[in-house]
Design a protein around this ligand. Structure first.
Ligand code: SF4
Length: 192
């Protein structure tokens, strides 16, 4: 059974008012439930409430990352859905040791993602090579291959730490901050 027209209108008015209260750049018309805002503000709001991470798990940290996808942590409530396709994902989570042999494959997947895209380095190995940093075949941090937005320390970090990292990234997006890749590009072009 559908909602009556008046209940529908009341819900849309309340929804618009709630969204407008979250962001001063948006204005809600109390009678019609219409939301007026610059397109960029609406885009930032949407990006701040949705994140589709692609997983790149290679070692033990990946187990903690998989746990985040379980019902116990229920990341759907934040708008976070794992989407293991670079064409649709907007964030890559690198969890585990990266060897020199894996690095070109990781970079290829990163380059297949659409802009704006983000990278999370989860755990000591992804940040710096961790316990294996002196290995002849180990990349000493994924930021040597691609720009990293969020570093999550630990060996391994707990699932809560990864959720905190994802929420921090979403808050930055809602505030309209540039991604690490965008900042890097502007810096190398001399605009920052
Ligand atoms: S940081 Fe520790 S737990 Fe994570 S992949 Fe490296 S060795 Fe494993």
């Amino acid at each position: 059974m559908g909602l009556s027209d008046s209940a529908d209108t009341r819900l849309s008015q309340e929804g618009a008012a709630t969204v407008a209260a979250d962001d001063p750049a948006m204005a809600a018309d109390d009678r019609s439930g219409v939301l007026v805002a610059p397109l960029q503000t609406i885009m930032n709001w949407a990006r701040g409430h949705s994140m589709w991470p692609m997983t790149f798990g290679t070692a033990c940290c990946a187990i903690e990352m998989m746990t985040v996808g379980s019902p116990r942590y229920d990341t759907d409530r934040f708008g976070i859905f794992f989407r293991n396709s670079p064409r649709q994902a907007d964030c890559m989570i690198v969890a585990g040791t990266i060897s020199l042999k894996m690095a070109p494959r990781m970079k290829l997947l990163y380059e297949q993602m659409a802009e704006p895209k983000y990278v999370i380095a989860m755990g000591a190995c992804a940040i710096s090579g961790g316990p294996f940093m002196h290995g002849y075949n180990v990349v000493n941090g994924v930021d040597q291959i691609m720009p990293v937005d969020i570093y999550i320390p630990g060996c391994p970090p707990r699932p809560e730490a990864l959720i905190n990292g994802l929420l921090t990234l979403m808050k930055r997006n809602a505030a309209g901050e540039l991604s690490a890749a965008q900042r890097y590009r502007l810096e190398t072009e001399g605009h920052l």
